[in-house]
Design a protein around this ligand. Structure first.
Ligand code: PLP
Length: 375
């Protein structure tokens, strides 16, 4: 194979949906209405139903979705919010943007999600909320997180950016906390727009109405501004595109699950690499946003695959606590140890709904070739 195997094939995704997407965009152009209109109303209803919740409000992106939920719940200056040590930095930034402090809880090496046993260690009298992130597409152990939160009077806001469609005990992510969930439709996410977009989902009508007000300058009614809000809206063209893609989501996630099975079958006997844990699959179904392996010689493997025209990525090379954004804050080593180790060891292999079994087989073959050379 001399053609490059892309990390995620956007061209193939556009190609499969071209006619529907063209018609959707056309519909918006013909309507002559581009912000807060019928397409958004319809998408919000459809996405709420998909997640199994009563309410959905579209916003401009995933970061704003987290931020607006925190604001709607009144979290701000003086408050602490527990966040996983290993996540995309937006989870932390949303907390900082509302004036609160992100406090890391270390993740478990086994499933990359925050370690429920360690929540206790980061708890203080100022803790107000927990943001569990369903990282790489695998739902967190939400029953235990919700029980801990209830016992300590904390809010729980799901960061569902990477796990749209994933299932935990017969319920979809986005519907696993009483206080709300934030989703991103960034193009690379499992349900991606062709631009920036995000949403909140919740069963709490008051929070839903607050987010709708906050996303539109703080105005529940045009020119009647009650609080200082933002401009964070999901536009009609992106909403129409998301409506065309949503009916395909389960099938596209299913194809990702097949690729994950194929990787596991092809790589599980190799001593040099650790595969993502799938032992929880009876209670939690991952949607494999990313397929992340670990090895002590990550950079060497990445370079070898690159030479063989296989694109890989690292999610994430710098943990939030070590980034420039938080360089002035001291975080306890105990709460960030596993994030540091993962940042040196993780490698995300290509995965996506348009990756063929032949491509996956080729990648498996090259990884086996690299492992044989390590002996
Ligand atoms: C992508 C992502 C976000 C932010 O979403 P944007 O739409 O890019 O703002 C937040 N949290 C996690 C875990 C993400 O992967």
């Amino acid at each position: 194979m001399s053609e490059v195997i892309p990390f995620l094939d956007f061209h193939a995704a556009v190609h499969e949906l071209r006619d529907e997407v063209d018609r959707s965009i056309q519909r918006v152009l013909d309507s002559g209405w581009f912000i807060l209109g019928r397409e958004l109303d319809a998408f919000e209803a459809e996405f709420a139903e998909y997640c199994g919740v009563s309410f959905c409000a579209g916003v401009a992106n995933g970061l704003d979705a987290i931020r607006l939920l925190l604001e709607a719940h009144g979290i701000g200056r003086g408050d602490e919010v527990l966040v996983p040590s290993h996540t995309f930095i937006a989870t932390w930034i949303a907390v900082t943007q509302v004036g609160a402090e992100p406090v890391p809880v270390d993740v478990a090496i086994s499933d990359f999600n925050l370690d429920v046993e360690k929540l206790r260690l980061s708890l203080t009298s100022r803790t107000r909320a927990i943001i569990p992130v369903h990282l790489y597409g695998l739902p967190c152990d939400m029953d235990r997180i919700n029980a801990f939160a209830d016992a300590h009077g904390l809010l729980v806001i799901e960061d569902n950016a990477q796990a749209v469609g994933a299932i935990y005990h017969n319920r979809r992510t986005g519907n696993l906390s009483r206080h709300g969930a934030a989703t991103s439709f960034y193009p690379g996410k499992n349900l991606g727009a062709f631009g920036d977009a995000g949403a909140i989902t919740t069963n709490d009508e008051i929070i839903y109405n607050k987010v709708k007000t906050l996303r539109n300058y703080g105005s529940p009614k045009k020119y009647h501004t009650e609080v200082v809000g933002m401009n964070s809206r999901l536009d009609e063209i992106q909403a129409a595109i998301l409506r065309a893609k949503l009916p395909r989501l389960d099938e596209w996630n299913q194809r990702r699950i097949q690729i994950a099975h194929q990787y596991k079958a092809g790589l599980s006997d190799l001593a040099q690499i650790a595969l993502p844990d799938s032992s929880h699959s009876s209670t939690r179904q991952s949607v494999w946003h990313l397929y992340v392996i670990q090895t002590d010689h990550r950079d060497s493997l990445q370079q070898f695959l690159e030479k063989n025209h296989i694109q890989t990525l690292v999610h994430y090379p710098i943990p939030p606590h070590s980034s420039g954004a938080y360089k002035d804050v001291d975080f306890p080593h105990d709460a960030t140890k596993n994030a540091e180790s993962l940042s040196r060891r993780v490698l995300s292999l290509p995965i996506g709904p348009h990756q063929s079994p032949g491509q996956t087989e080729f990648i498996i073959g090259k990884i086996r070739e690299w492992c044989a050379k390590q002996m």
